[in-house]
Write a protein that binds this ligand. Structure first.
Ligand code: B12
Ligand code: SF4
Length: 528
């Protein structure tokens, strides 16, 4: 939608999000220019579109995070417009006007996002989505080793202006959307001073427009240390925040340059956020260098004690354009898409997603030789998922968190929303009643939370509903981890751990803090 707004105003544009709708022949044949793009998991789909355009002799241009990280994968496109479109789309259009529309368009500069246009929200059908995303800032001040955000968007957060944000919200509200708006920032509190100013204006806006929206976002864990900010977020109806907790083990957090997560006890911090009425969903990662036996138990305890209901536990993926991948490449520990161990080198690593190799962090991942036996990592991962998504364990966790949370609801649901919520409730209740393993837990929670007030009742329902997906996902993880274990034990030609690396690649003392290995021994507990 942002890219569409950057294109010349006289161009006719149709947008197809092929996550929610088929690309019709009618739309395809109508178009003179095809613009496509996305993230790593969408790579096969993007390449298929490029091939189809080439076959039909249509001009095709590609952009977005994956083409930016690894443009060499997309060489078949007529134009590759990398990085942030606000700065590279005009470069491409200028070349087009000069009659040189082919090639690669990139720059080392980052755009001033206060000049970013209002996205063309009119091009989507809101009914296709659970929530609408707006982006307020890009970049994050931290320096986690595995993160490609800071490579793509930098470590100095850049924010849109307050007026821009409110204009976007006005636009969405005027187009008729009510309810959930996700602030799709890399780290919403990357620039706290600005965010506080924004929240003052946003509260005023919400009041004036009679609270049409409630919000979610992602933020670093130091949010829990700022009561003023938490209160301000509560007042504009922020309901959920996603946090990358990654691991409860302070040594692993130090290894991965995320020491700011171990500055204060995790459980205490998360419970503190609950007191401000905001629930936490979180990401956890298995497979860090230096992971020890016992990690599974520590992680399960952390999830149980914090009461995080939707815990996205995944296997570490070394993404192409990160400090982690550069280190692992130089150590000769990277594994390619054909399951071959790559020799030590300083080349760029290419991560190709295909139907057989899933590049996402649930069952894909560990695309490198782990320090711990990878069979143990797979086995632990399977155990964590089986435990935290056991029906009884999950539903009891929902109940505990519902008791702890102090939600306040300011958003006024529209008639349409009330209707949608009622239908959703009936569907959830029907699914839960049909599945014997959750039936009793679901109704027990439903009846008990019914007496706790509307806000808590709604929270518990919104936490239990994802179980319809999570139970399937847990089964999938169990199945795929068994396949991974079989492969590692019987077929893999690469070593199961760094202890078995070919001679000459073991000399590095992998227990050394990674900061030393990188020669970047700065304290990363506070933003630079
Ligand atoms: C919101 C978000 C999500 C939401 C998406 C919700 C939705 N329906 O929109 C959810 C939570 C679902 C999600 C999931 C995942 N995400 Co995500 N997500 C983001 C996030 C935070 C914001 C995306 C966004 O809206 N950006 C705002 C728009 C304006 O930016 P943009 O899309 O990049 O577009 C700009 C440029 O890229 C360029 N551009 C983009 N497309 C095109 C096309 C053309 C033709 C041109 C010329 C230019 C161009 O111009 C735009 C303006 O500057 C980004 C981080 C980020 N800062 O972008 C990560 C990010 C995109 N996600 C990422 C990842 C890895 C994932 C997951 C794979 C994680 C996982 N769990 O496994 C999944 C994949 C899900 C799937 N199967 O599709 C990575 C992608 C890395 C990569 N190299 O591909 C990012 C960069 C962050 C990260 N490192 O984790 N994600
Ligand atoms: S906190 Fe770390 S992982 Fe999260 S966006 Fe910032 S650098 Fe990346």
């Amino acid at each position: 939608m942002t890219v569409a707004a950057l294109l010349p105003a006289h161009w006719d544009i149709r947008l197809t999000d092929i996550n929610v709708a088929d690309l019709t022949d009618e739309d395809w044949n109508w178009a003179d220019v095809i613009c496509t793009g996305g993230m790593i998991p969408q790579q096969p789909g993007i390449l298929a579109i490029i091939d189809r355009a080439q076959a039909d002799e249509k001009y095709v241009v590609v952009g977005g995070p994956d083409p930016t990280s690894q443009p060499e994968v997309y060489e078949r496109a007529d134009a590759r417009v990398l990085g942030e479109g606000e700065i590279t789309v005009p470069m491409w259009l200028d070349a087009w006007r000069r009659g040189e529309p082919l090639g690669l368009f990139e720059t080392a500069d980052r755009p001033d996002v206060t000049l970013s246009p209002t996205p063309r929200f009119d091009l989507i059908n809101f009914r296709d989505y659970l929530h609408v995303g707006i982006q307020i800032s890009r970049g994050c001040p931290f320096n986690c080793e595995f993160c490609d955000i800071i490579e793509l968007y930098g470590r100095v957060p850049r924010s849109k202006s307050i007026e821009q944000v409110l204009t976007e919200l006005d636009r969405i509200a005027d187009l008729g959307h009510r309810g959930w708006v996700d602030v799709s920032d890399d780290n919403f509190i990357g620039n706290k001073k600005f965010v506080k100013k924004l929240l003052v204006a946003l509260e005023e806006w919400c009041r004036k427009r009679n609270y049409p929206f409630y919000f979610t976002t992602e933020a670093s864990m130091n949010l829990a240390d700022d009561d003023e900010l938490l209160d301000m977020m509560r007042r504009v109806d922020f309901r959920y925040v996603f946090m990358g907790i990654e691991s409860p083990d302070p040594d692993l957090l130090a290894t991965t340059q995320k020491r700011m997560n171990s500055l204060k006890p995790i459980v205490q911090r998360i419970h503190h956020v609950y007191e401000h009425g905001i629930a936490i969903t979180a990401g956890f990662i298995m497979g860090f260098d230096g992971e020890k036996p016992g990690t599974a138990d520590a992680l399960i305890d952390c999830i149980e004690e914090t009461g995080i209901n939707i815990a996205m536990v995944g296997l570490l993926v070394a993404l192409p354009n990160t400090q982690l991948t550069r280190r692992l490449m130089s150590e000769g520990r990277m594994i390619d898409g054909n399951h071959q161990l790559l020799p030590p080198s300083n080349d760029r690593y290419r991560l190709e997603s295909s139907d057989t190799i899933t590049v996402e962090n649930t069952t894909g991942g560990l695309n490198f030789v782990t320090t711990r036996d990878r069979v143990d990592v797979y086995d632990d991962y399977r155990r964590i998922i089986s435990t935290i998504y056991d029906p009884g364990v999950f539903m009891r966790r929902v109940m505990r968190t519902t008791r702890m949370l102090r939600p306040e609801r300011r958003q006024t649901p529209s008639l349409g929303e009330l209707r949608r919520n009622a239908v959703a409730f009936l569907r959830i209740a029907w699914w839960m009643t049909r599945h014997a393993e959750v039936r009793w837990h679901y109704w027990n929670n439903t009846i008990r939370t019914f007496w706790m007030g509307m806000a808590k009742f709604e929270f518990a329902q919104s936490m239990m509903a994802p179980y319809m997906h999570l139970s399937k996902q847990a089964a999938r993880v169990r199945h795929e981890m068994q396949l991974g274990i079989n492969f590692a034990q019987h077929k893999a030609t690469y070593p199961r751990s760094t202890a078995d690396l070919p001679a000459g690649r073991q000399s590095q003392d992998l227990s050394l803090p990674v900061l030393e290995v990188l020669g970047a021994g700065r304290d990363c507990s506070e933003p630079a």
